[in-house]
Design a protein around this ligand. Structure first.
Ligand code: NAP
Length: 272
């Protein structure tokens, strides 16, 4: 039986993916920061719930050791844990800036490094990283989130060469807007009204975006991402990128097929 190890399995995409794989007979290591709050997964025989915070190396090592002890071999690592930030860069504190990268980038790299010796000793493995359409295209006021996901894209692409030499595949998932807690509890905002020079810009942006704490009505369900992750894990191909959602497909295509200056002007005009 195959085993997938998931970070951020408490909600949203991570949770839907844990369910999807468990329902298809996989062993699932559902890691989360607060496992004591989990009520559903602990009732399933093929799901092991463990505490893991990607910011804390000790929790990664402990969870990995417990997972290997229980299931023997881990076949797929899904680096999913992450959160968003939105606001003016001048209003972001040094701590907020560092934390965005600490979780979305350094946490993902830390988790990957911890898993690789196990994959190497098995002479196989698969690393699936959750990027975003925001790893390819950008929107105003999300500079930190975008730069963290652009980093995930660059890291994944480059590391795939050395890992191929060890029979370890790397895949990237690029979801568009997905109905999860991402726009709510997983989004940190920093708009500072004292920065009055940005007043017009911020007002126009907010008016365009509407309720910033809600995902847009066209957002896709997390199960759609879970299905794509399952496909990536099982299709036996060396496809590297998987885009999820019509919004993501449309925007990424638009960027690729439009003159850059024209494309950037279009995005700026859309939000002004
Ligand atoms: P979500 O429902 O809020 O899930 C985020 C998950 O990340 C939660 O399980 C959260 O755990 C976990 N997490 C946050 N910080 C963590 C840390 N330090 N250590 C371990 N886990 C941590 O949102 P989601 O949409 O499913 O987000 C999952 C991934 O999808 C993220 O990488 C996000 O960037 C990406 N994504 C989302 C969208 C979207 O529109 N929703 C689109 C593209 C990409 P807690 O429960 O402990 O907070």
């Amino acid at each position: 039986m195959n085993t997938i190890f998931i970070t951020g399995a408490s909600s949203g995409i991570g949770r839907a993916t844990a369910k999807h794989f468990a329902e298809r007979g996989w062993n699932v290591v559902a890691t989360m920061r607060s496992p004591e709050q989990e009520t559903e997964f602990i009732t399933l025989d093929n799901v092991l719930v463990l505490r893991l915070d990607v910011e804390q190396e000790g929790t990664i090592q402990t969870a990995l050791a417990e997972a290997i002890e229980r299931f023997g071999t881990i076949d797929v690592l899904l680096n999913n844990a992450g959160y968003g930030t939105m606001g003016l860069i001048e209003a972001a504190t040094d701590e907020q800036i560092r934390r965005q990268f600490e979780v979305n980038v350094f946490g993902l790299i830390r988790m990957t490094k911890a898993m690789l010796p196990h994959f190497r000793s098995n002479q196989k493995g698969m690393l699936i990283n959750i990027s975003s359409m925001g790893g390819k295209v950008t929107f105003p006021t999300m500079s930190l989130y975008h730069s963290s996901k652009f980093a995930v894209e660059g890291f994944s692409e480059s590391v795939s060469y050395e890992l191929a030499s060890q029979n370890i595949k790397v895949k990237l998932i690029e979801p568009g807007a997905i109905h999860t807690d991402f726009g709510g509890r997983s989004m940190e905002f920093f708009f500072d009204d004292a920065l009055t020079d940005y007043k017009l810009f911020t007002a126009a942006f907010r008016a365009k975006l509407g309720d910033m704490e809600k995902q847009p009505a066209y957002a896709s369900p997390p199960e759609m991402v879970a299905e794509t992750i399952y496909q990536a894990a099982t299709d036996g191909t060396s496809q590297f990128r998987y885009i999820v959602g019509d919004d993501a497909k449309m925007l990424i295509q638009m960027k690729e097929n439009t003159d850059e200056e024209e494309y950037l002007t279009n995005i700026a005009q859309h939000f002004s």
